[in-house]
Design a binder for this molecule. Sequence first.
Ligand code: ZN
Length: 550
Amino acid sequence: MHCAPKSVALFALLLSSACATGVVDGPADKTGSEGTTGPTDLDTHDPDSADSADTADSGDLVPTTPLEDVLTQEALLGHLDALQAIADTHDHTRYTFGDGYKDSVAYAVSVFENAGYTVTQQTFTLSGFDEDSPPELSRIAPDSRAYPGADLRTLTYSAGGDVTAALAAVDVVMPPGASSNSSTSGCQASDFDGFPAGSVALIQRGSCSFSEKVQYAEAAGAVAVLIYNEGQSGRQAVESWTLDPGIPVRVPVLGTSFDVGADLYAALEAGPVEVRVVVDAGIVEERVTNVLAELDRGDPDQLVVVGAHLDSVTAGPGINDNGTGTAFVLAAAEAAVAVDLHPERRIRWALWGAEEIGLIGSDHYVSELSSADIDRHYANLNFDMIGSPNGGRFIYDGDGSATGYAGPPGSDDIEALFEAWFDSQGLTHLPTAFDGRSDYGPFIWAGIPAGGLFSGAEVSKSSTEADLFGGRAGEPLDACYHQDCDSRSNIDETLFYEMSLAAAHVTRRVAEGTAAMGPPPPVRVPHPRIDPHTVPLGHGHGHGCHPVDR
Ligand SMILES: [Zn+2]
């Protein structure tokens, strides 16, 4: 799978306005139960009040049953089952460019619409590099030799192609010079004087960028380019090299070890050489879809975006990551209708695409907001992995007390709401790094306060965490993180339910808004980004990049 962000350029926004057309209600009211101040007014809840919950749109002024009182474990697990079934019919994955994702979108849309929501699919096109199978390089003449795959690597942003042609060396330094960048192979147009158009260029690493070498080669009529490592100590093996994504390439560009280059050069010294180059890659345009759902209830100038990413990695079905957050959003949205929730603030339920390849969906959403739109966003709540099989109850460190990195003002209030809820339930909790490694990142960078929950990924459970949460110290919080085994059986259902109830409670409190959080500031101030690696707590959620890939 791809570790580097795949995003190159974003095109063609097709976002229609998210105005409600299906549901029209009276003005927002404040008949909810949050008449008291302070974060722990939970004793006002009637546990049987779900029985009196009204159906949607039956009228205003219905006392609101707390959202968390009607969120059932059955509903949550039912959505997980549905997502697993989707993955089962699509090669065990719901990755963002596959049919498993399309079906996940269709499922989410149907759930929202059946509950009465107005749904907007925010779609846009993402242009990126994609390689479908490993490259091949073989010598065809004067004799046949296939080079081992371990010595070959396609340059990122190479074009694809299957080319058989004569080979021509370009100003190489053989044997290589004593120090790196002794070679200027392919760095000047004059290096290609006499280069036979229609040939494959054999170029040595050194002195200038790979893109410069390829541009000159293309101009000289090369039909493919081989770039071999320069040959000094430390510049022997093939490496991962990247072309400039801003300069389109028309021919396959393959990197090789020094040994491959030396073998081909030796053959050229003896006479004409013909090679075959196969690169199964290129720039593809893919559609990314975010799903947004809301009712015409609550102040649309105080939006509370409650989000989770809907995509999985290519390696697996993504039921903990992030079927759990998705299932929470769907079940909570249904529950909000079931209790006829009329919040002071507008809730916008959001399921993001392309999180696993770099927060693409949520980043696009925020990037499309004007500064006035950003000021209309009251808060973002994010739920990404909340049912980890050896997990814990981790709260994003909105006040920075544990990590030194706080979110925008208001993030501290959201963290406090989660803490108070878990305390009220007699459930332990710990802070986790609030470093922007999930879909709340684009929101906090825009100055919008955020918060959320996380139950753990590939990091091993500490003895402190095992003491607080149970489970197995020294083993990963989610041993199936970003793997095929992140399936329906990879869920701690009790933990998932506890986390979902906390999420529902805080969603309600932030949206009801009476005492939980103050009025928004008139203007959101952009928030500095940090390097996630500088934040000391190791519970951040990696994105499309398993740690072994780094
Ligand atoms: Zn995730």
